[in-house]
Ligand binder design. Structure first.
Ligand code: ADP
Length: 766
């Protein structure tokens, strides 16, 4: 005999159940065979066959016989009577050994009445099915429904009753009572389905209404567009804004605010004083690039090419930029700190930003921050002001029209705080990747996502960049160019560009190498190439005039012809003098425009030991002066008295930045030692380095710029702090080759290198 555990099935004596042959095999572990006796066990819970235990079953089961069995299709089991499970033991192979006995019942059902009521229920089911797709199938099935018990077996899957409720039917001893309860269960089930389908159709109607409404709206929109296209002149201002607003793809907050303002505009009418302001605002809102621009695939090779196309040299800078591009490619967004290009004017900081944009295939936009003092310049003015405007950031985004441009924030070192708030803190918010995805400009007043913008800052000096801003940035130094590099830039870029800008065809004008060198040497004095570019433009403009007069001519510009092409006299070049005088020493200064030489002049006059410092360096120099005096007194003890009955005057002509005061330490000490000993230092020897009171020479900044300035000015020997030696790698070889560079660690070494005797009795010079 097979045992079949069943869950939630209405298997009642007198009925029949149908199941797939495959399910029969799984439930009984046997192949279905006609005539097989089966005990249908009622499971309490929905358990898999291998989880079943002796406790899984209700005490009453049903005995049945397989009446039809098609191995590949269905099995029909006729159910005979209830049995009581007297004993059940679980066997190891998931089967159960059990002893059952027939469970008696009271047959109090009137067969005629039962037949009548069964027919009624059957009719009710069939009428419910009428018109449905599956009506035919159900009718053919219903032909076999000869009793309420059979109907129960067939309808079981569609009923919502619980296992307990179903089992309660089986547990009922009176057949009549069981019949009544089953009839009620079936009719209730039908009602439930009826109610459900009514609810569903009501819901369907609602949906249909909604679909219809949106379809009508779309139609109206479409027709309106058609009309607008036929008569563009009639499209009202408001309608135009409305269309733009809906199409811009902006975020929910922006769209809501936009609709609000549009409604206000509709209410105001176009003649109201506010209308212009509202329209301007809506114009900006709808013109912003709300839709995310697709990031282009970046090829490193193309990026390298784009960077090299417009700029010669700058290898270190380009390498660093390529690293940033590689990270951008891997991570898909700008990560870490913002790049900040620092260097003298005309060293290519801004223009390389443009090349980066080209390398990435993005738009380029430059936002100048020079002279920005007001927070509103960055973040916009509130809309309540007449003439209020968006800030420079949103304005930049508006101008370039894409959400992911390369935005160069020019001159971050020229920001300054004022009573109108601190623009630097507003800028911090712009640059912070944690915040800038919802940057809110005061004028726009809705958040705009700046997270796809690639920001690059430029500055001439780090000294004036506010500290918190500087912390966010990664500084990349742009040193000035050596004459050789300038020559290359002029030849490869500036001259060809200048020629094509004025329309001189190739071959019509040739400029000799000597002429270019002469322009660099005599007509410019700068660390970058801005002046050089102007001179090249000037040269080409002058040539253009000649070529217009005589189109056949081919112009050759050599060093001799050059003055005819320049509209200025050669710049007075500060060259080191020839005659050496005690007390005057050549020093070097770093300035935002590159390096420069300066002479430190000292003089002792009869007096009472006062120290006077004149020139630009003021107080910073005063401290260095005092240290220098002490050091000289220490190194030249027999000259110490001089400082008691003389006044010391130090003068530093020409300006350099105050920061440079300490780096003139060794120059000052040397000048004083030279003054008191009477040993002159050749003007072609220059030096830079801080000194401590112990006489150590400490490292300084800006060495590359200083060495280039030294070489430009004709210096041949340089003393530098020993700790700065590693900076020499960054210096172009032609600059290094032109200089004899002596690293020094102490002031004694300085004096020794210059042949100034110390700690000895030296001839009285004064
Ligand atoms: P900065 O922003 O540093 O002041 P710019 O980027 O405005 O300098 O450069 C000034 C001019 O010099 C531009 O026309 C630029 O193309 C040119 N320039 C600067 N550096 C180079 C270089 N390495 N190669 C070619 N041209 C350069």
């Amino acid at each position: 005999m097979a045992q079949m555990p069943l869950y939630n099935t209405l298997a009642l004596p007198g009925g029949r159940i149908w199941l797939r042959s495959q399910d029969y095999r799984e439930l009984t572990g046997k192949t279905p065979a006609s005539g097989e006796k089966v005990t249908l066990l009622m499971q309490k819970e929905d358990q898999a066959r291998d989880e079943l235990t002796a406790e899984s079953f209700y005490p009453l089961a049903v005995a049945g016989t397989v009446t039809e069995a098609d191995e590949n299709a269905f099995v029909t089991i006729a159910l005979q009577n209830r049995v009581h499970i007297d004993e059940i033991v679980q066997l190891p192979n998931q089967a159960f050994s059990m002893s059952v006995s027939r469970s008696p019942e009271t047959d109090d059902l009137d067969p005629a009445e039962a037949r009548r009521r069964t027919e009624a229920v059957k009719e009710r089911i069939l009428s419910f099915a009428s018109g449905q797709r599956w009506e035919g199938f159900l009718r053919s099935f219903a032909e076999h429904w000869d009793s309420m018990w059979t109907i129960a077996g067939a309808m079981s899957p569609w009923l919502h009753n619980s296992v307990e409720e179903r089992y309660a039917l089986l547990a009922e001893d009176s057949v009549k009572a069981r019949f009544d309860a089953l009839e009620q269960m079936l009719l209730e089930g039908l009602e439930m389905v009826d109610v459900q389908s009514a609810a569903q159709s009501a819901q369907r109607e609602d949906y249909e209404k909604l679909y219809r409404e949106s379809a009508i709206k779309k139609q109206i929109e479409y027709l309106q567009k058609e009309l607008d296209a036929m008569h563009p002149e009639n499209v009202s201002e408001i309608r135009r804004l409305e269309l733009k607003l809906e199409e811009a793809g902006m975020n929910e907050t922006a769209l809501k605010e936009g609709r609000k303002v549009l409604n206000r505009l509709k209410g105001e009418g176009s003649n109201s004083p506010e209308a212009g302001m509202l329209t301007d605002w809506l114009d900006l809102l709808t013109a912003l690039p709300w839709k995310k621009a697709e990031a282009r695939e970046i090829s490193m090779e193309e990026a390298r090419k784009a960077l090299n196309a417009e700029h010669s040299g700058l290898d270190k800078v380009k390498r660093r930029i390529l690293q940033q591009i590689a990270v951008l490619r891997l991570k898909g967004r700008q990560s870490g700190s913002i790049l900040c290009f620092v260097g003298a004017p005309g060293t290519g900081k801004t223009s390389i930003g443009e090349s980066i944009a080209k390398a990435l295939g993005r738009e380029y936009v430059r936002v100048s921050l020079g002279g920005v003092r007001d927070e509103a310049d960055i973040r916009g003015h509130r809309r309540t002001y007449i003439g209020s405007m968006p800030g420079r950031i949103i304005d930049g985004i508006h101008k370039c029209g894409t959400s992911n441009p390369v935005m160069v924030l020019d001159e971050v070192d020229k920001l300054s705080a004022s009573y109108n708030g601190d623009p630097a803190s507003a800028l911090l918010e712009v640059l912070d990747p944690e915040q800038n995805f919802s940057f809110t400009d005061h004028y726009l007043n809705v958040p705009f996502d700046l997270s796809d913008v690639l920001f690059i800052c430029t500055a001439n000096t780090l000294d004036t960049i506010p500290e918190p801003l500087l912390n966010r940035m990664e500084v990349i130094q742009f040193q000035g160019y050596s004459p050789l590099e300038k020559h290359q830039i002029a030849r490869e870029h500036l001259l060809p560009k200048a020629m094509s800008a004025v329309g001189i065809p190739e071959g019509k004008l040739s400029v000799s190498d000597e002429a270019i060198d002469r322009v660099i040497e005599e007509y410019t004095r700068e660390a970058g190439v801005r002046g050089l570019k102007k001179r090249m433009d000037q040269l080409c403009r002058t040539a253009a005039v000649t070529l217009v007069d005589d189109p056949e001519k081919e112009l050759q510009v050599g060093a001799e012809e050059l003055p005819d092409y320049m509209d200025m006299n050669p710049v007075r070049r500060k060259q080191v003098g020839e005659t050496a005088k005690p007390g005057i020493v050549t020093g070097l200064a770093w300035t935002p425009a590159g390096g420069d030489i300066l002479y430190i002049q000292t003089l002792l006059t009869r007096g009472s030991g006062k120290i006077t410092v004149t020139g630009q360096l003021g107080d910073v120099m005063k401290e260095s002066a005092e240290i220098a005096v002490s050091l000289v007194k220490d190194m030249l003890p027999n000259k110490a008295d001089l400082f008691r009955d003389h006044d010391l005057h130090i003068h530093v002509p020409d300006g350099a930045t105050p920061k440079d005061g300490p780096s003139a330490g060794i120059t000052l000490t040397t000048a004083l030692a030279s003054l008191v000993t009477g040993f002159p230092v050749p003007p072609t020897t220059a030096m830079t380095g801080e000194v401590s009171l112990r006489g150590d020479v400490n490292p300084i900044g800006g060495l590359p710029e200083k060495l280039m300035a030294a070489q430009r000015s004709g210096v041949t020997q340089m003393l530098i702090p020993a700790e700065n030696i590693q900076d020499l790698k960054e210096i172009p070889p032609e600059v290094k080759d032109a200089l004899t560079i002596t690293p020094v660690e102490t002031v004694e070494e300085v004096l020794t290198a210059l042949d100034i005797p110390f700690r000895t009795a030296v001839p009285q010079a004064i």
